[in-house]
Design a protein around this ligand. Sequence first.
Ligand SMILES: [Fe+2]
Length: 128
Amino acid sequence: MPKINKYVDIDQVTREAKKDYIDRHSPFVHVSGDAKKGEKLAVTVKVGNEYSHPDDFDHYIANVSLYNGETLLARADFVPGTLGNEKSQVEVTFNIIPTTSKLELVAQSYCTKHGVWESDPVSCEVAE
Ligand SMILES: [Fe+2]
């Protein structure tokens, strides 16, 4: 079972190499527009905010998962070379349909060398 690394605000980290290490592995959740019950909502997960992760055959971001609380909503798998074997940021948009009055969105990304990384939760009110 891999260790789950939780996001740490990199403004609180002094070492540049550590900022890079944390940021490039961490998923960031972005919700587009207002959530409405029964209607599609675009939730984008981007791995890395300021820094980029390698896309090498032995070291890449293999998947991104999106949860509502403890419930898995969606997962996207990647292969090495998806990003042209260049350093970049994996980015995927999930179109979900909320059925509850509130979402507690959390994403996880999995690096083949550095394990599972978890985003800060993003709360989202869902209108009727
Ligand atoms: Fe990594």
